[in-house]
Design a protein around this ligand. Structure first.
Ligand SMILES: [Zn+2]
Length: 191
């Protein structure tokens, strides 16, 4: 059955994305059967209306970050402020300003309950900020020297082809590869 806007309007979607949809309505949406076939498309349309740029959004990956189809540049990570982090197969954290907390005093600034603090002899806390808008994009607590955690490398082609039934025009198995190590290799060449 084709059911565009049958059970869940765009306005409901907007409220859901903003976290303002009443819980009763959220439950109704979860139980809705059949679900609107075009719900992901509608979701992307609303996201697109909220950002100040035109590059088509392929997937939202955090509160501020999106994978977009950038003409001439392929699939890149972009902040809602417009800052671009390059190829989405390279961990976007390598393009961030990073603040590292290494001492008990530094961790105490953000974790006020002493019992909840990490053992700073073992780990450090890294905060990743957007160089464009200084939004906090991610936090990780790891042993010193541990590589930045790559939080999400989605298989976009499988998602668009198998789940949405709408393959992307630039489909290629090479899109689903972690290329993070290429960035430091470039830095070495530049040095
Ligand atoms: Zn930003």
């Amino acid at each position: 059955m084709h059911s565009s806007d049958n059970g869940f309007s765009k306005e409901h979607f907007r409220l859901l994305i903003d976290g303002k949809l009443p819980w009763e309505e959220v439950k109704k949406a979860i139980r809705l059967s059949p679900k609107d076939a075009d719900r992901f498309k509608k979701y992307l349309e609303i996201l697109q209306e909220k950002v100040p740029w035109e590059d088509p959004i392929l997937l939202r990956i955090s509160d501020h970050l999106y994978i977009v189809a950038k003409p001439g540049k392929g699939r890149i990570v972009k902040c809602d402020c417009g800052q671009e982090f390059g190829d989405y197969r390279i961990n976007w954290k390598l393009g961030c300003r990073v603040y590292v907390r290494r001492t008990d005093e530094e961790i105490a600034e953000v974790i006020t309950i002493p019992e909840a603090r990490h053992n700073m002899d073992l780990v450090e806390m890294r905060e990743f900020y957007c160089p464009g808008c200084y939004a906090l994009l991610g936090v990780e607590v790891v042993p010193p020297g541990y590589p930045p955690i790559f939080e999400m490398l989605p298989d976009l082609d499988t998602f668009y082809r198998e789940w949405l039934g709408n393959p992307l025009p630039d489909e290629d198995p090479a899109w689903f590869q972690d290329r993070t190590l290429e960035r430091p290799a470039e830095w070495i060449k530049e040095a």
